[in-house]
Design a protein around this ligand. Structure first.
Ligand code: SF4
Length: 318
């Protein structure tokens, strides 16, 4: 068993992330799979801040801090320069949901469209955590943040989480996938798949933020797992824009199992007809994901209860 464990650790311990930070774990998993011959362009955000308080760094690979808005462009330039020098070093781009869904989206879209051989990883913690938990376009509907508070006027955020995967799929890149820190082997496998294919690839990793989501740090993995098991954050893989693999759910759990663990959804459990309406709405969103991606497990197959890998098309196991 031990011989099969990943040996390379590109992000060392001792950084300053909060206890239970999903993003810190996710970045470590990505680098374990990518190996030492990589360079990183890292957007502004929590990951950049907690790993590089001057003059220290927790990174053991070449790492460059880009801005919120230009990570895709910086990574594209790095890839072009390495190619011109005849080097095989792979370029990774890291960003949070603010830098990916919102501020840096234009540069990301250009990088994908021009076909740069970069793996772009978005660590999705569903708000601007680094600057004070403001809502982003990735924040789920009804979640409370400092700029979408819950109260008499409204029940948290009024808009739907942006379907970034569909937008990425429209670029017809070789590989795009969603992943979760609750399924570490699956994260590593998807990184290896992405890097094995020529051209650009995109990975969206659901990464709980105990501070912004309002749960104990010790619950991060449980919370992340419930997001998958309820259908609110489906694990899927796409090649050239088409779905080629999903993680099936043996028995989808009610969304309340996921929501009740988090302070950002606490207002949904008040004795208020608006709260009941929002809960029904969130359940409908999860049900729609389950139907859309065909997440219901078939008898005998691997699923969230029995495996941490994904099923690929035609009953083939990766
Ligand atoms: S605020 Fe959230 S994302 Fe930032 S370091 Fe803390 S737990 Fe991680």
């Amino acid at each position: 068993m031990r011989a099969n464990q990943p040996r390379f650790s590109g992000l060392t311990s001792g950084h300053r992330a909060c206890l239970g930070c999903g993003q810190a774990l996710a970045a470590r998993l990505v680098l374990e799979a990518a190996g030492p011959d990589v360079m990183i362009a890292n957007a502004t955000g929590c990951l950049e801040i907690f790993t590089t308080p001057w003059p220290e760094s927790a990174w053991r690979v070449p790492w460059l801090h880009s801005l919120f808005e230009n990570t895709g462009a910086v990574a594209a330039g790095m890839e072009a320069a390495l190619k011109a020098q005849g080097k095989s070093t792979r370029v990774l781009a890291f960003g949070g949901d603010g830098g990916t869904f919102d501020i840096g989206f234009q540069a990301l879209s250009g990088m994908l469209e021009r076909g740069h051989e970069v793996l772009y990883v978005c660590f999705d913690n569903e708000a601007y955590m680094n600057t004070g938990i403001q809502r982003s376009s990735s924040t789920p509907h009804a979640a409370a943040t400092t700029t979408s508070p819950a109260g008499r006027a409204r029940m948290g955020k009024r808009h739907l989480k942006k379907d970034i995967l569909s937008i990425i799929a429209a670029h017809h890149i070789p590989y795009a996938a969603t992943a979760s820190v609750a399924y570490p082997a699956d994260v590593r496998k998807k990184v290896r798949r992405a890097l094995a294919l020529p051209g650009p690839s995109f990975l969206l990793v659901h990464s709980p933020c105990p501070l912004g989501w309002g749960h104990e740090g010790a619950l991060s993995i449980e919370v992340a797992r419930l997001a998958v098991e309820t259908g609110l954050f489906p694990l899927v893989e796409l090649e050239r824009g088409s779905v080629v693999g999903v993680l099936p759910l043996r028995e989808p759990k009610p969304v309340t199992e996921y929501l009740k663990l988090q302070g950002r959804f606490a207002h949904l459990f008040a004795d208020d007809p608006r709260a009941r309406e929002e809960l029904a709405h969130l359940q409908a969103l999860a049900d729609a994901n389950i139907e859309r991606y065909g997440l219901r497990a078939t008898a005998g197959g691997l699923d969230t209860e029995s495996a941490d890998t994904v099923r690929r098309g035609g009953g083939q196991w990766a």
